[in-house]
Design a protein around this ligand. Sequence first.
Ligand code: FAD
Length: 282
Amino acid sequence: MQLRACLLLAAVFVTQLAAQRNYATAKVAAVESLSHNVKRVRLRMPRDYKFEAGQFALVRIPKSFVEAWNAKYKTSLREVARPYSFASSPKRLPLAEFIVQLASPPPKRDVPPGIASTYIHTELKPGDSLEVSDGIGSLAQTGAADTSRPIILVAGGTGVAPLAGLLDHWFRSKSHKKRKVFLFFGARQRRDLILDAQFRRWAAKHSNFSYIPALSDPAPEDQWTGPTGFINAVLDKHFAGTLDADVLIAGSPRMMQETVKVAEAKGIPKSQIRHDPIQVAP
Ligand SMILES: Cc1cc2nc3c(=O)[nH]c(=O)nc-3n(C[C@H](O)[C@H](O)[C@H](O)COP(=O)(O)OP(=O)(O)OC[C@H]3O[C@@H](n4cnc5c(N)ncnc54)[C@H](O)[C@@H]3O)c2cc1C
């Protein structure tokens, strides 16, 4: 399946999902910048709200903002809901976190920026209400409880959000303590390595956890001495020969495709490779 078809399927999937979900009203507790184009939104969820580690939820954009957007950009959007991954453990409920990157217009295209991420970056403030669907997805599955296989997490950009949520959950619940856990995190420049300090702290504290950040296009001022290149290539180089592991991937469709290829070339069966929810071409 081609990338364009994957993206189209994903859009259809999200539209169908949006119509089927129940929504809860969360209160915004904080909005903070993690980088030049990424914000963390901390929400206070209703008492009875539940989700599972690694899931995502649909966030509904208020109608008044959609109407003003339509008038400004001459679009005809109706209900707007976008998936965002929980970047925190359900053990921290009623608090929950999302990490949202501002979707800028593609280069050289005279089109509007992304509506939902613009709303979150420019309008959302503490005290506001936000409609959030129930949790969706099952990224967290990492093999049978008795397996000792390593777990390899591979993230590109804000794809790191659900993996940060999973790690937060595993460390808080003391699960997978006997398994080696690796986080490969690919970003363009050092400023894009969001949560870097948090991952380094976890790596220092938990002897079974290794953090491998890599930059694809480091700036001279980054003074980067770590691995460079795309994260799939960094993963490939890190483990020589074949490998038996559970692999969880979150990032752009192309990054997921390339990482699945690397994992399969190392002999990891398809059943041990998860990426939620966009289907990667066989
Ligand atoms: C399961 C899942 C989990 C996700 N988790 C996260 C997460 O944790 N954090 C995160 O930041 N994102 C996440 N995303 C992505 C997120 O759901 C949104 O897709 C993203 O925020 C962009 O939404 P938007 O409404 O801002 O942009 P949209 O309005 O959907 O626009 C998308 C892009 O299209 C461009 N565009 C607008 N109009 C046109 C046009 N006419 N022609 C061409 N291009 C146009 C925009 O400039 C923008 O770059 C996730 C996606 C999935 C599927």
